[in-house]
Write a protein of this length. Structure first.
Length: 185
């Protein structure tokens, strides 16, 4: 693994992603190839652990801590983001399950604010690989828990986007798949 040296100056901010990506639950993503119809609930835990394994490999690249294009995150920054996404989405699954089918509401999560606050660009590649693997293991375990009708229990994001445990899991798998595409893994 490469070691990231601490950067004291924040790099140029990455333009925030304001797209509504919920369309990936209805049709394949032309960028990363994700197809929601190919993601069964039984496959979600394995998809999570496979993505973590692939991210760990991508973080071994010599330039993993370097932004290779202006305004685009480095692999380590994507890895830090993925680690946070795993927690956020698994917490949301927990809220759905805790609601006992009554429906859950998800607080807003600003991924760009998280990146700035946690200074993703200063992260060590080795530590990031470990973090992604640990969080993926916890997420895979949580995503293996729902049974039967629990997969259809609802949750709603702060912007009104509606999910079920099933579609939230598919959405998570797309996020992981897309970010692997972003880093060329």
């Amino acid at each position: 693994m490469t070691e990231q040296t601490e950067t004291t100056t924040a790099p140029e901010p990455v333009e925030g992603d304001t797209k509504d990506w919920t369309w990936v639950l209805e049709r394949p993503c032309p960028d990363c190839g994700f197809d929601p119809s190919a993601v069964s609930v039984a496959s979600i835990p394995d998809a999570i652990t496979d993505a973590a394994r692939r991210f760990a490999l991508a973080l071994e690249a010599a330039d993993a801590g370097v932004r290779t294009e202006p305004g685009v995150w480095s692999t380590v920054e994507y890895g830090q983001h993925v680690a946070d996404v795993l927690v956020v989405m698994t917490d949301r699954l927990g809220l759905i399950l805790e609601s006992d089918g009554a429906g859950a509401s998800f607080a807003d999560w600003d991924q760009d604010a998280a990146a700035a606050e946690k200074e993703y660009w200063t992260a060590n590649t080795h530590v990031t690989a470990i973090l992604v693997k640990e969080r993926a293991a916890a997420a895979a375990s949580a995503w293996a828990e729902p049974e039967g009708g629990q997969w259809d229990w609802p949750g709603v994001r702060s912007n009104g986007a509606q999910f079920t445990a099933r579609t939230l899991g598919q959405y998570l798998v797309h996020d992981l798949t897309h970010h692997l595409h972003d880093v060329g893994a």
